[in-house]
Design a protein around this ligand. Structure first.
Ligand SMILES: [Zn+2]
Length: 175
């Protein structure tokens, strides 16, 4: 396990350990495929994923989400995937190397965070930002779900640290 990076926080002047981002290397739709299907019907890179289902194509991009933490100087960063329409996906890929590109898309959250139950997909706003950064995403405010509630109201530092520990345990178990 890499050693945590320590730094003096510019907000409170105390020493902090830098939190790792909680990132997913692929959308859940990809994870659910068998190894054979992954090779045969899917394409995955650091930022894009396409799945060619019979009669339907799934298009996904990797984004960032900032989860507010109420009692700490630092927020929790996520690397998450959303699915886009064919038109939005095309626009995003066409402008991938254009550092002045700014656009807004509609997407569906495509990773199931283990801290929640997802019976239905969460509608997301996707903000493609200038400067070749990954797009930032935010759930629709009016969608009633604990994930949406936490995003807008924040989680505690203890909860953020629990999520980081859980993610590390899962990742270590896998490798
Ligand atoms: Zn601080």
């Amino acid at each position: 396990m890499p050693k945590p990076i320590k730094y003096i926080c510019s907000c409170c002047g105390k020493e902090h350990e830098e939190w790792p981002a909680l990132t997913y290397k692929s959308p859940q739709n990809y994870d659910q495929l068998s190894d054979g299907e992954k090779k045969k019907i899917a394409e995955l890179s650091d930022d894009f994923c396409i799945i060619y289902y019979a009669g339907q194509t799934g298009r996904f991009i990797r984004c960032t989400l900032t989860q507010k933490v109420t009692d700490h100087c630092e927020d929790l960063q996520y690397g998450l995937w959303v699915s886009l329409s064919e038109k939005s996906f095309q626009d995003y890929s066409d402008n991938f190397d254009n550092e002045n590109h700014k656009a807004g898309y509609f997407g569906w959250l495509s990773n199931a965070l283990p801290d929640y139950t997802f019976d239905e997909s969460i509608p997301m706003d996707v903000f493609a930002q200038p400067g070749n950064q990954r797009p930032d995403i935010a759930p629709h405010t009016d969608f009633d779900h604990p994930f949406v509630h936490d995003y807008y109201n924040g989680i505690t530092k203890a909860e953020a640290e629990r999520r980081i520990r859980d993610m590390m345990e899962r990742t270590n178990g896998k490798d």
